[in-house]
Write a protein that binds this ligand. Structure first.
Ligand code: PRX
Length: 663
């Protein structure tokens, strides 16, 4: 983003104060919390850890930290050393000894309209039984288990059962392809997969078991597959491999009821979650038990202002970090009631979400800017059909929210009475790092406001000097905090290289940001080759490396094009092999389908341009700036650094074919 755009963003600035009635009942009412945390960050986090999380054994030391640097090996970051706990105990067991045992933990609705409510006691029973099943397959502490499921309560049960016995879960989003699943199973070294016959999405079946079978053809180490019967297919229609595949419900019928929680060290791994980086290979972020749980419990309690009476709904899929932290671990650790919905927002009609809010009297809604912009496009008549007066707080995550969408969310969905918390964080950070505290922070639409107490962020220039107010720079985190990812699974050097080499001693987020004169942070998007499509991270490199594996493709470059609704969409520039022809609509379709098959629908290019040459600098670097100009219909910028000037002719031709001459 150009500085001029930053200025226009800041000049739209409007301040919205939380309503007095909200302030008075808020979980955090004293702004002194920021100074308290800044005076002694480790002491602050230790107090939070003590108050919010149940430990089997107290820690001996709060923090040991050596900033990761080239040539060094993990562990670099250890929180609550010597402390012992279990995440599942915190999310389930501790509530069953209080009145909450009969409280709804999960209120679930399937896309076709089927409903289930699980109390904390129900969860306790099912998680223990399922944990016993995992054990019966020989799963032990430290073993990895891959989970590939639709949004059903059993997904949460599977996650919690892993945590209970100390197995490291790796949840793979159900929208990913067989190949993406295979790569993640192989990288994590899982021996067991949990999946389902399928799931529902916009009235269609998501063929999870079929994808799993395809993936497993090349995963010889997976010896057992547990299949939950969601019922999208008749059980007799689901091919079950003798000796390898086992029905969830059959196993549950005979599983023993009691399964004690494994005692975990604070730094024992809790899960791996893959996220796209700047190379073709997804990175498995490794999160550990104590710090992660402290981070998600505290942020969920204070940012979402959660109360025992609340019905809370986070619309994410558990396959993404938002679902891990703010459907499963954070809310359940706080003993909250969580709404979980399986399907699409426009099934059977475009008011499904608002119908759910009215039906379950949802108080807190957490969603993405892309969803908000989609609803804006669909118009106000859909939310207006429903009584949404139960809402008292709104949240957004995943991508920058433009002030216009923020205001629409605030007014049309929140009736101008609900604070909006714009929460910035990443898969790597585990929990929210920059966000308002809704009872004390004056809100500015478009700004995620301030770092959470105990979090230290800065906007710096190339050299690491702090940028003055209003000047765009790079967002870095200058101090350790409990929920940070500890390493990349199997590739610690990449962890150092990606996050710690640019500014030694600081974590580089990969995001651009600007601070205003009040110290508020405005997030401006990625500065690396990562696209943010509907709040999902997709690496341009990963897409490029998939495209060039297609037999027709000689070379490919992918960029993220700005999109009014999705934030960004992938656009590919492809040079075909000579024997593959010119590249017409059929080739476009074929390549789009190929990407869907290889990665998943979220990575489908919105547009494909064919070009005889890609524009490169003399050192061979693709000039993505020029490609962006073409994709966004702008006149080509400076072309003087091109290695081969004739490429400009090609590009002009591509541009004119799309937008007409003289454009
Ligand atoms: O660019 C930032 C953007 O999403 C990236 C992290 O993506 P992921 O690991 O998939 O996690 C998404 C959910 C936490 C960040 O580097 N991002 C996330 N939240 C915001 C955001 N950008 C602006 N504002 C946000 N609130």
């Amino acid at each position: 983003m150009e500085v001029a755009t930053v200025q226009s963003l800041l000049s739209q600035e409007r301040v919205i104060k939380p309503p007095e009635s909200f302030r008075q009942q808020a979980n955090i009412r004293d702004p002194g919390i920021y100074d308290e945390a800044a005076a002694d960050p480790a002491g602050f986090w230790a107090r939070v850890a003590q108050q919010m999380v149940s430990w089997f054994r107290p820690w001996d030391k709060v923090l040991e930290y050596t900033p990761p640097s080239p040539g060094t090996q993990p562990p670099w970051i250890k929180w609550f050393i010597g402390g012992q706990l279990n995440a599942c105990y915190n999310c389930v067991d501790r509530h069953t000894t209080t009145w909450r045992r009969t409280k709804a933990a999960i209120i679930w609705e399937g896309e076709p309209g089927d409903e289930r409510v699980l109390t904390y006691q129900d969860l306790h029973r099912d998680v223990q039984k399922f944990a016993n099943i995992l054990k019966s397959f020989g799963v032990r502490k430290g073993d990895r288990v891959t989970i590939y499921m639709p949004m059903v309560p059993e997904l949460a049960i599977a996650v919690l059962a892993c945590a209970r016995i100390g197995a490291v879960h790796s949840v793979v989003f159900g929208g990913f392809s067989a190949e993406a699943l295979r790569d993640r199973i192989l990288d994590s070294g899982s021996r067991l997969l949990i999946t389902a016959d399928g799931g529902w999405r916009r009235g269609n079946i998501v063929p999870l078991k079929r994808n799993a079978d395809d993936a497993l053809r090349e995963c010889p180490d997976v010896t057992d597959v547990i299949v939950f019967h969601r019922g999208v297919l008749d059980a007799t229609m689901v091919p079950m491999k003798e000796g390898r595949d086992h029905w969830w419900h059959r196993m549950m019928e005979k599983a023993p009821l009691d399964c004690p929680c494994e005692v975990m060290d604070s730094e024992d791994p809790l899960f791996i979650l893959y996220t796209s980086g700047t190379t073709g290979k997804p990175k498995g972020q490794l999160h550990t038990t104590g710090g992660y749980l402290v981070g998600v419990t505290a942020t969920h309690r204070w940012i979402f202002d959660i109360k025992d009476e609340d019905i809370y709904w986070c619309t994410a899929d558990i396959g993404w970090v938002t679902g891990h932290s703010y459907i499963v671990y954070g809310p359940l650790s706080n003993g909250a009631t969580v709404v979980m919905y399986e399907g699409a927002p426009d099934f059977p009609d475009r008011d499904r979400w608002w119908a759910l809010i009215e039906k379950y009297r949802v108080n807190i809604l957490y969603t993405t800017p892309t969803a908000i912009r989609t609803f804006m496009k669909w118009g106000e008549s859909y939310p207006q059909r429903h009584d949404m007066s139960s809402l008292r707080l709104l949240g957004t995550v995943g991508e920058p929210i433009n002030p216009e969408a923020w205001i629409w969310y605030y007014e049309t969905i929140g009736g101008s009475r609900c604070p909006v918390v714009d929460t910035w964080w990443q898969t790597e950070t585990g929990s929210i790092l920059i966000s308002p505290l809704p009872g004390i922070t004056d809100l500015k639409p478009g700004s995620a406001t301030r770092p959470f107490p105990g979090i230290f962020a800065e906007v710096v220039d190339e050299k690491g000097n702090p940028c003055p107010p209003g000047v765009q720079g790079y967002l870095v985190l200058t101090k350790p905090y409990p929920s940070m990812s500890r390493t990349i699974w199997g590739d610690p050097d990449r962890y150092v290289q990606t996050y710690w080499s640019r500014y030694p001693g600081w974590y580089f987020t990969g995001d651009a940001a600007v601070k205003d004169q009040d110290g508020y942070f405005w997030l401006l998007g990625r500065v690396d080759d990562v696209m943010n499509v509907s709040g999902h991270r997709i690496s341009t490199m990963e897409l490029e490396s998939v495209l060039v594996e297609h037999p027709w493709v000689a070379e490919a470059a992918v960029i993220g094009r700005s999109d009014d609704v999705k934030g960004q969409v992938p656009v590919a520039f492809v040079t075909l092999r000579e024997d593959a022809g010119e590249g017409g609509p059929k080739a476009v379709d074929e390549l789009k389908q190929y990407v869907v098959r290889r990665i998943g629908a979220i990575a489908r290019p919105a547009d494909i341009f064919f070009t005889a040459e890609l524009p490169k600098t003399r050192s061979g670097k693709i000039m993505r700036r020029l490609l962006r100009d073409i994709a966004e219909g702008r006149v080509l910028g400076d072309t003087t650094t091109l290695a081969d000037p004739t490429v400009v002719q090609n590009l002009r031709q591509v541009y004119e074919e799309r937008y007409g001459e003289g454009s």
